[in-house]
Every structure is written in C-alpha cells, then in structure tokens.
Design a binder for this molecule. Structure first.
Ligand code: CA
Ligand code: CA
Length: 374
C-alpha cells in the first residue's frame, strides 16, 4: 500500500492543482512518487480530432446555444484574490460566437456515446509508455495493480485537514467514470440534467467534434463569463459570492469537511439551478470546471500585454512552473468544491489548469460554435 499511497498523493497533488492556491507541489514530491493522473492517457488515436474516429458533426442546430456578441474586453484579474498568472490585465478582441447555455449534461453525452461507441479516457487502462513521457526522467514504473481504468472521486473528510494535502479528499477509484460519478455502485439515473463529469480534454474534444462544435478558447470563455459587464469579479458583478441569495454551486462552510449547503448542493447540481449571467448562460461560476481549448502557460498574459490581442487561442506550449513536466490545458469557472479560503475558482478571471488526460468528479465542459458555421 505504500507505493499506492505515494502514487495517490502525487496524483492528487497534480490533478487538483486546478483548484488550489499556488502550492509548492515540487517540494512535496519525492523521487519515489509518481504522477498517476498522467496514467489517464488517451490512446494515441483519440488525441487528434482527425484520428479519433469521430465523424465531424454537421448539426446546424443552435438549440441550447446563445449568441455571444463579439467585442473588446480587459482580460485578467480584478481584485486582491487574483493570482500572478491573471496579470497583466490586457485588452482582447473576440469575434461573435455561439455558446452552450449550460454545461454539457449526462443525457447529451449519452447521446454522443450511443451514436459513436466512444469510450472515455477514465474507462481505459492507462498506458505506461505514454505516461512516462510526461514524467521526470528516471521515474520508476508503479505496480501493475495501479494500472486500472479509474478516476478521482471526492471524499468529504471527517474533520479539518491541511489544505495542501489533496490526497485527504481525493480518491483514485477504479470503476469511476461518467456513468459512475462516485465510483462503482453509483449511477446517473435521475441525473440526466446534471453536468457530465470524469471527462478528459480529449473526451470533450471528441464530443464537440461530433456535435459540430468546438471548445471555447480561454479568452472566449472569460469574455462570455463576464456577461457584458466590465472589469467585474463575478459573472453577476461585484456582490460577494457569499452575500445575498446563492448565485452558483460552490462549497459553503469549512472545506473539505463541513458544507453548510446554503446553495442546496454538496456535490454537483442540475444545470440551470442558479440565475444566468447577462448573456443568458448558466453556471459560469461553480458547479463543475470547464475545459478550454488553450494550453496553459503561466506567463501567457505577459506575451499579450501590448496592444489588442485578436481572438487569442493560447500559447504554442504549456508551462506550469509548479509542475513543469506535465503539459496542461486551461480549465475555468470553479466547481462545487471551491470556496473563498481555498481557490475562489468562480471568479471570472481565475485561471486553472489540468492535464488533458485527466478526468475528475468536478470537471466537465461546454461547447461553442463559430457564427459563420451555423
Ligand atoms: Ca454547493
Ligand atoms: Ca461551470
């Protein structure tokens, strides 16, 4: 169990860097440990759109989408909670696009799977040959018992724990996937209108392609989240997340052991459970994190600081200084696990990142569509 514990600890450390303040992860990792979330590698033939076997969709329907009118905005942090990678604030221009008004739901994802036979990353056994490419040189291979189809499931703790020890509340659970969000024995019956989770970036790409859509760029996502407001902290403005009536599904109380349930949900909520923003889109703050198409680079905004960037679609390469061996994609919007003392992921400017082969209980996505492709 010792090896497994090491693996789990490191897996969780890396996997949930998408919901933490800057933590010196490197200092937590000994050479004995290994990053298991890279075990959740998508097979090579699923990595690129043109190779994943999914027929590109020709659906011209804009059902469930809304037009986000293009414009110029200031992208980046708006308050003292902002992390270094949210600066400098810089001008960005985006063209008009359509966006799903909700996170992609279980029933929508089931339609995709039924039509294509697609198998998600979490449902496949990890491939060590692929895994080790994103690990520090010399990392030893973990035991075969670890190489199971699995995903990370949230486990509420009994009491207060160190918030830099993610293994306290994340568990690597064989059999956990989008149809079994809490592991074997759980299912999605009655949760048709909940956001699909345990979705890797590759899974999201495959769905979008089938639906004739694509993932939003990070700039499009933030522009849409702002709902037409300028330089505000949240999709609804500057009223504090915990003031007034609930505005999104977050973690209220003491994370990760006591949830006040003021918003009515400890875990994920049905989509559209809270008010939309100014563009008529829901859950841009909280519920589940949402994949964007861009690679994550901590210094990307410095690259764009001069002039107006038109439709930026991310850097060429990923760089996360606290985990430099693992390329990551950006995720946005926070989840039901975010709160003020932990990550404030529901702020519109909050940037997070995750390896594209990682699926978790609190990560989903929504799609966008170019106006000229309707
Ligand atoms: Ca909640
Ligand atoms: Ca969300």
């Amino acid at each position: 169990m010792k090896n497994y514990s090491y693996i789990l600890i490191v897996a969780v450390l890396f996997c949930v860097s998408g919901c933490s303040h800057s933590v010196n992860i490197t200092s937590e990792v000994s050479s004995e440990k290994i990053n298991i979330h890279n075990c959740m590698q998508a097979p090579k033939h699923f990595v690129l759109n043109e190779r994943n076997g999914i027929e590109a969709g020709n659906d011209t329907s804009l059902s469930g989408m809304v037009l986000i009118p293009g414009g110029i905005f200031e992208m980046g942090g708006d308050n003292e909670q902002s992390a270094p990678d949210e600066f400098p604030k810089h001008k960005v221009s985006v063209d008009s696009f359509y966006m799903d008004i909700t996170e992609v739901t279980n029933v929508q994802f089931k339609m995709f799977v039924d039509a294509t036979g697609y198998i998600t990353t979490a449902e496949r056994k990890p491939d060590w040959e692929e895994l080790k490419k994103a690990l520090p040189p010399g990392t030893p291979k973990p035991p075969d018992s670890v190489f199971l189809a699995a995903s990370l499931v949230f486990k509420q703790t009994d009491g207060e724990v160190r918030l830099d020890d993610y293994s306290q509340w994340w568990e690597w659970v064989p059999g956990a996937d989008w149809k079994h969000p809490h592991g074997p024995g759980s299912d999605i019956k009655g949760k048709e209108n909940y956001p699909v989770v345990h979705i890797s970036w590759y899974d999201a790409i495959a769905y979008c392609q089938w639906a004739g859509k694509r993932l939003p760029t990070e700039a499009e996502w933030e522009y849409a989240a702002r709902g037409g407001l300028e330089n505000k902290i949240y999709p609804w403005g500057n009223e504090h997340i915990n003031t007034g009536k609930p505005k999104g599904n977050t973690w209220e109380g003491k994370f990760p052991y006591f949830n006040e349930e003021k918003d009515g949900y400890v875990l994920a909520a049905p989509v559209k459970s809270f008010a939309s923003n100014g563009y008529g889109i829901y859950d841009m703050a909280g519920n589940v994190w949402e994949w964007c198409s861009d690679w994550y680079h901590a210094d990307y905004y410095h690259m764009l600081r001069k002039g107006i960037s038109k439709n930026p679609n991310g850097p060429d390469n990923s760089f996360d200084p606290i985990d430099p061996y693992t390329p990551k994609k950006t995720i946005r919007g926070g989840s039901f696990l975010c709160n003020e003392v932990y990550c404030s992921g529901y702020r519109v400017a909050r940037r997070m990142k995750s390896s594209p082969d990682t699926g978790m209980e609190h990560t989903g996505f929504r799609c966008v569509k170019d106006v000229n492709k309707k």
